[in-house]
Write a protein that binds this ligand. Structure first.
Ligand code: CTP
Length: 403
């Protein structure tokens, strides 16, 4: 599982000969599933073309504070703050002596430096220069200073240099930069080494070999939670009822189930060993007492189907809870918060996510959701209507805060 999957990476390219390797860095980042935007210093464009970088990254490349827009009299502003805040991580590769010095001293005479000074995300720097330049105490001091500021330096490597000299100064090779980024993200991931169990989708309760009682749950929320958990470093066991969702994420072990009984069994095969359990499935509350062995024919008249309750999987997880953080979902139509809170207490949860059906575009089937997160002490956090991926991020922010 790539730690770069889904990450927004801002790549800063400065004006050194190693800039010719920047397109390869873009390619490798994209191959790992990252989204990449590129910002360059003006000097970098002597070594690599913006067309190459924009084609590979599929985003425009910015090098100046302003941009001419066709049909407009005045240039528009390239918003460095927006670009910097967009990024989950900022990689500056190659970083020249000049740029390192400016970064260490808060100089801001180009767009890349403005992005650096505005960035709130982790910053990684791969310096590249000639050997004497790299060894110069001024450069060593600047790198030490940047490390002190919390930036991560990927040290230059020994080898053949563009000057014809041989020694330490080559930019770390793109493949190694990607490996280093992965390792760093894995080590700092908040759920590294943790296992998360998630139930998702509907359950189907068989009436006869062809008919069932089911519901409209799409499984999208559960799958979004699974993707988010892996990007935070966790291993995921996703126990899913029948859905159209799929994942190619190797960090997610999908266990496909059909009925509430199957889901119950699958959950308790794993529950004792997980760190976090999230019940996002819309489990049927009732099932036919007996499944007809043959298809029920209409000549037989109106069939009588006796329903019996299914086992409440989440309530049982609450009863068997040891150190797991246990999160449930509640879908309410009246007295929403009171009912959700009561469910949280009754099922012995650490927190509950209240899904609102009262908002257009939220809930079953859709790509968006609007939730209120309520912890067991009753503290509530209400979120806006947003994509299920963004909702998954909000949910894990809350879980990490409470664990
Ligand atoms: N749940 C479960 N097993 C069930 C029923 C529900 O694990 N058999 C879980 C759901 O995944 C969800 C939570 O319990 O996280 C809330 O389910 P819900 O059906 O809304 O709650 P109930 O307790 O069944 O109450 P009611 O139907 O009266 O609202």
């Amino acid at each position: 599982m790539s730690m770069l999957r889904g990450k927004k990476v801002l790549l800063g390219v400065t004006g050194g000969i190693a800039a010719y390797k920047a397109p390869l860095i873009v390619r490798l980042l994209i191959k790992e599933g990252a989204e990449v935007k590129v910002v360059t210093t003006p000097a970098a464009l002597d070594f690599v073309t913006p067309l190459t970088l924009s084609t590979l990254s599929q985003h425009p490349v910015h090098s100046t504070f302003t941009a001419e827009t066709a049909g407009e009299d005045h240039p528009s502003w390239n918003n460095h703050v927006e670009l910097a805040l967009w990024a989950d991580l900022f990689l500056i590769a190659p970083a020249t002596s000049n740029t390192l010095s400016s970064m260490a001293h808060a100089r801001c005479n180009n767009l890349l430096l403005a992005c650096y000074l505005s960035a709130q995300c982790p910053v990684f720097i791969a310096p590249a220069m000639d050997l004497d330049m790299y060894a110069h105490p001024a450069n060593q001091a600047n790198m030490a200073k940047l490390t002190e500021y919390g930036n991560v330096i990927f040290p230059a490597q020994e080898g053949f240099l563009a000057s014809g000299l041989e020694g330490k100064g080559r930019m770390m090779e793109p493949e190694q930069i990607i490996d280093q980024l992965q390792a760093h993200l894995a080590n700092t991931a908040p759920l590294q080494g943790k296992t998360v169990l998630i139930t998702a989708g509907p359950t189907y309760e068989a009436i006869d070999p062809v008919r069932f009682i089911g519901n409209h749950s799409s499984g999208k929320m559960g799958f979004a939670l699974a993707e988010e958990a892996t990007s935070l470093g966790a291993k995921v066991i996703l126990i899913s009822g029948p859905t159209a969702q799929s994942t190619e994420n190797s960090g997610i072990q999908v266990v496909e189930v059909v009925s509430a009984d199957d889901m119950y069994q699958a959950v308790f095969e794993h529950y004792a060993t997980v760190d976090i359990a999230i019940a996002a499935a819309a489990v049927a509350d009732f099932k036919p007492e007996n499944k007809a062995q043959q298809k029920i024919k209409k000549q037989g008249g109106l069939p009588e189907i006796t329903l019996v309750p299914t086992q409440d999987i989440l309530a049982e997880m609450g009863r068997q809870k040891q150190d797991q953080f246990l999160l449930g979902f509640a879908l309410e139509t009246e007295n929403e918060e009171e009912n959700a809170m009561a469910k949280c207490q009754k099922k012995q949860l650490d927190a509950i996510v209240l899904n609102s059906l009262n908002d257009k575009g939220a809930g079953f089937g859709g790509d968006k959701n609007k939730i209120t997160f309520i912890d067991k002490s009753g503290e509530k956090t209400a979120f806006d209507l947003k994509s299920k991926a963004a909702v998954a991020r909000d949910i894990f922010d809350q879980i990490i805060r409470l664990r």
